[in-house]
Ligand binder design. Structure first.
Ligand SMILES: Cc1cc2nc3c(=O)[nH]c(=O)nc-3n(C[C@H](O)[C@H](O)[C@H](O)COP(=O)(O)OP(=O)(O)OC[C@H]3O[C@@H](n4cnc5c(N)ncnc54)[C@H](O)[C@@H]3O)c2cc1C
Length: 434
């Protein structure tokens, strides 16, 4: 019934995998993108009402949250916490020196919001598509459907797509359809292999989904476990490894790519933020910190080193590189595959993201709406956090606060309730940092 509320309680002993299960099951199977962990609220001053919250109250709150109701925004705009956190010591791995770690808190206040933006992740339950087929006398290579990991995998699937072209033996100019991160990376990869490339696209940066991304180098919201195949897994691992290496060569201000520590906040001892064991080594020097080692209001914080990408800088620089290498861009919108037959190029790469649903009739493509609330920049914030339904990525152009994963929701209009949840959730975290 419309408006009906339901409570889903996931129970089990510590280490049973409750959080891991909840993260898959609630958004994907139960239509519930947001949930609250008992431990993350119980026993702390929270933004709910600044009272200590009993387990019973928590369950009530969780029920409301599960039903999509907003957690009361506790005095957003009040800045009660001290401006400086005490230094924390992060224990080193094996024998190296202890180093003090200072965490500048994020100043979460409504009057510091500079924009709220929305993008639609091009999600497929069986993962991205990289494959070749014939379209009349043309070779058509698909490279789309990267969900919440298009920035992450871009160079990797671009190389897989370019390999299919090389294997076909076809030569001559190539057309790339789409000018988001996938189109640009594919175009640059083909240019490096000697192809003359023209990009045809309805929109260019900054008007693409890619410009809305966070963006951390992290394979998130990309496939459903039950729909993975060994073929896809092999493509995924290869793409991830290629892309990880490629981004390392772009570190610096010119491309807006940098390494940062990310703290994954959890109460579950066994919780692993990566979820893809086969590429765990791509997140170097990761460790689980216990309560004494981190300032956040959870039992554990898993610290790992990730690359972060600033999309507006990054995509502009890719565009520049594309032009310098002789690339051309044409504004074009294709409504059906037959229209591609009119292109002069005999090699066509489909990098249309969510657009492939209409253009090629791929009904598996589903939008997963993501919304970011951006606060004024705080250069002193030099770490990222991720926790249940929330994340904070500091960038030059602002502090990105996410996250929403609304599957099947197809509007670019910001959701005010989601914004309240994101602001109050982050305020709770940063106002209770020790
Ligand atoms: C809030 C949010 C946060 C995210 N965070 C991250 C993150 O931290 N890390 C990460 O890796 N990813 C992240 N993502 C996901 C990432 O943004 C996407 O996976 C990525 O942008 C997909 O790139 P794309 O090039 O396929 O699509 P797009 O950027 O949408 O580009 C598609 C291109 O195709 C063109 N096009 C489409 N249809 C047609 C047509 N019929 N004719 C002509 N042109 C067409 C479009 O105009 C556009 O140029 C995030 C996404 C969102 C919304």
């Amino acid at each position: 019934m419309p408006g009906e509320k339901k409570i889903i309680i996931i129970a089990g002993p510590n280490g049973a995998g409750k959080t891991t299960f909840a993260r898959e099951f609630l958004p994907r199977e139960a239509g519930c993108p947001d949930f609250i962990e008992v431990h993350s609220i119980e026993g702390q001053g929270t933004a709910l009402d600044n009272h200590r919250v009993s387990r019973r109250n928590m369950l009530r709150t969780a029920g409301l949250a599960l039903a999509g109701t907003v957690i009361a925004p506790a005095a957003l705009g009040q800045r009660k916490r001290s401006q400086h956190s005490p230094p924390y010591t992060v224990d080193p791995v094996l024998g190296s020196k202890k180093r003090p770690r200072r965490f500048a808190p994020v100043n979460v206040a409504r009057e510091r919001v500079i924009r709220t933006v929305v993008g639609l992740r091009p999600f497929r339950q069986s993962g991205f598509v990289v494959r070749a087929e014939s379209l009349g006398d043309k070779l058509l290579v698909h490279n789309y459907g990267h969900g919440g990991a298009g920035m992450t995998l871009s160079w990797g699937t671009a190389q897989l797509a370019a390999d299919l072209i090389s294997e076909s033996g076809k030569s001559g100019p190539a057309a790339v359809i789409g000018c988001g991160v996938i189109g640009l990376s594919t175009a640059r990869t083909l240019q490096r292999r000697g192809f003359a490339v023209t990009i045809y696209a309805k929109s260019l940066p900054p008007e693409t989904t890619s410009n809305i991304s966070g963006a951390s180098w992290s394979p998130t919201s990309i496939v459903e476990t039950a729909h993975r195949t060994s073929t896809w897994d092999a493509q995924f691992e290869r793409a991830a490894r290629i892309a990880h290496r490629a981004y390392q060569l772009l570190i610096g201000d010119e491309y807006g790519v940098r390494w940062r520590e990310q703290y994954y906040l959890t109460d579950d001892e066994d919780d692993d933020p990566v979820g893809f064991g086969e590429i765990r080594d791509l997140f170097p020097d990761w460790r689980r910190l216990d309560k004494r080692e981190h300032p956040f209001p959870t039992r554990y914080a898993v610290v790992e080193n990730l690359m972060f990408i600033e999309p507006s800088i990054y995509l502009n620089t890719l565009l520049r590189d594309f032009y310098i290498a002789g690339g051309r861009i044409r504004n074009a919108f294709f409504m059906e595959p037959g229209q591609l037959g009119g292109l002069s190029e005999r090699i066509v790469v489909n990098c249309t993201g969510l657009g492939a649903r209409e253009l090629f009739g791929d009904r598996e493509l589903t939008p997963v709406k993501g919304q970011l609330t951006v606060l004024l920049p705080q250069p002193e914030v030099d770490y990222a956090i991720v926790t249940q339904g929330l994340y904070m990525f500091p960038r030059k152009d602002g502090i990105m606060l996410g996250g929403t994963f609304e599957r099947g929701v197809e509007t670019l209009t910001p959701n005010p309730e989601a914004e309240e949840r994101i602001l109050s959730g982050h305020q709770r975290i940063f106002s209770t940092m020790k």
